[in-house]
Design a protein around this ligand. Structure first.
Ligand code: C5P
Length: 222
């Protein structure tokens, strides 16, 4: 019997896209597969943590031994995240949350008619889940993600400060063979004072390294 590194720790992870309803049959969403978040959840479980995975709609297998909470919209994810993050040791925001949601979801299917060639949908900003978790009085060690296509470091550091995060994992989604939907990823992990690179490899291996980095930084903070 070997004691595992994250025994007695509770980690909460968001993953996947959110789905913002327009009417009973339509929605706004994005291409997030949930693979990175699910891989992190599995790596944290393997290291001995109790893991709550708050997931938007995805089509990948459920990690073993996690508490899985399925949600659809950003508002549902926000509610569950704040509930579960209270008293947790680590919160990792891996979800691709829709920035905006539809102001008034139509009760019936919106019909096209002969004369409406143009139509508008009114959107309102969704709550920032990771920023609200980082603002909790008992704040868990909070990790965000930054998917950028340019000026990766500058935008990542800006998010780290603005959202009051402890760490941010940045990836360049413009590079081929990594990021959204891919089975591989490469990350640069920033704290306010440090920078560590995780080279391009399988998401399961990236997740293991990220979990190691978080555990190390958490140990230093305590
Ligand atoms: O601001 P931006 O969406 O680029 O920030 C990305 C980070 O913030 C990710 O960690 C993402 O999960 C989180 N986020 C969130 N709630 C939102 C928007 C982003 O938790 N409404």
């Amino acid at each position: 019997y070997q004691e595992k590194a994250l025994m007695n720790q509770h980690w909460v992870i968001t993953a996947g896209p959110t789905r913002e309803a327009i009417d009973p049959v339509r929605y706004i969403s994005n291409h997030s597969s949930g693979k990175m978040g699910y891989a992190i959840a599995q790596a944290a479980v393997n290291a001995g943590a109790k893991v709550t995975l708050i997931s938007g709609p995805v089509n990948i297998p459920e990690p073993s031994s996690v508490e899985l909470i399925n949600v659809m919209s950003a508002e549902q994810m926000h509610q569950q995240a704040l509930l579960k993050a209270k008293g947790a040791d680590v919160f990792i925001a891996c979800a691709a949350v829709a920035d905006y949601r539809v102001v008034e979801i139509a009760e019936q299917k919106i019909k096209k008619t002969a004369d409406n060639h143009h139509m508008q949908i009114n959107l309102v900003k969704n709550p920032d889940i990771v920023a609200d978790v980082a603002a909790l009085s008992e704040k868990p060690f909070t990790v965000g993600f930054a998917a950028e296509t340019q000026d990766v470091e500058q935008y990542a550091l800006d998010k780290l400060t603005r959202k009051n995060l402890d760490l941010i994992a940045a990836n360049n989604v413009a590079l081929s063979g990594q990021g959204f939907n891919s089975d591989n990823n490469a990350l640069t992990v920033f704290s306010a004072t440090s920078q560590q690179d995780i080279s391009l490899m399988r998401k399961s291996d990236v997740a293991e390294q990220l979990v190691d980095i978080i555990a190390e930084q958490l140990g230093e903070k305590r």
